[in-house]
Design a protein around this ligand. Structure first.
Ligand code: IMP
Length: 185
């Protein structure tokens, strides 16, 4: 089965594509660029974009919004992750965290799926810590400074399939697929 993924982010297409292929689905990227509202939760951001898409095309699709939440910074950058990445970058987050021992953080991803009639949301979370220094060349965004729970490597030091198996995006996708498979039976 083919799934339309609305995103301009090639990294997300690659990760979602690989995970969905393992689960028996093919991803087709749709480059439509819905606006992103500034809101308090990832769910609101994802649903705002998804509603914009439905006003223009009713064919089933999914899109996803993700964020990086640092506990010591009270959840910052969270829903501001894209803006913060484009301005101070992960180097700015490391500077804010300099000498701090409390380094817990998490990634969250929310998928909004439109089935042609209504929306369904699926959330994936991965907990971990902020590294002292950036490490690794793989992945994208904040990956070089995030060490998932139970690991010593950052996401950027892991292979795509290792990251996918435990990542926020991989987990949200798994939930969506579980739901899709149940619906098919
Ligand atoms: P958005 O979902 O495209 O709005 O992403 C928000 C920000 O978080 C962007 O700066 C992304 O680069 C970053 N981001 C999203 N997903 C990931 C990920 O899996 N790893 C690292 N950074 C991510």
């Amino acid at each position: 089965m083919r799934l339309r993924f609305i995103t301009g982010n090639k990294n997300k297409v690659r990760e979602a594509g690989e995970r969905l292929a393992e689960l028996g689905y093919e991803v087709v990227q749709d480059n439509m660029k819905p606006p992103e509202v500034q809101a308090d939760t990832l769910e609101e951001v994802a649903l705002f974009s998804a509603k914009w898409v439905v006003e223009r095309s009713q064919e089933p699709f999914f899109l996803e919004d993700a964020g990086f939440f640092v506990d010591y910074l009270k959840g910052f950058p969270g829903v501001y992750s894209a803006y913060v990445f484009d301005t101070i970058g992960y180097g700015g987050i490391l500077r804010l965290m300099r000498c701090k021992t409390e380094r817990s953080a998490r990634f969250e991803a929310v998928i909004a799926y439109w089935d042609g009639r209504e929306f369904h949301t699926f959330k994936g979370v991965v907990k971990g810590t902020v590294s002292r220094n950036p490490r690794g060349e793989n992945g994208f965004g904040y990956d070089p400074i995030f060490i998932p729970e139970g690991e010593e490597r950052t996401f950027a030091e892991m292979s795509a399939s290792e990251k996918n198996a435990i990542s926020h995006r991989g987990r949200a996708i798994e939930k969506m697929v579980r739901w899709l498979k149940k619906k098919e039976t």
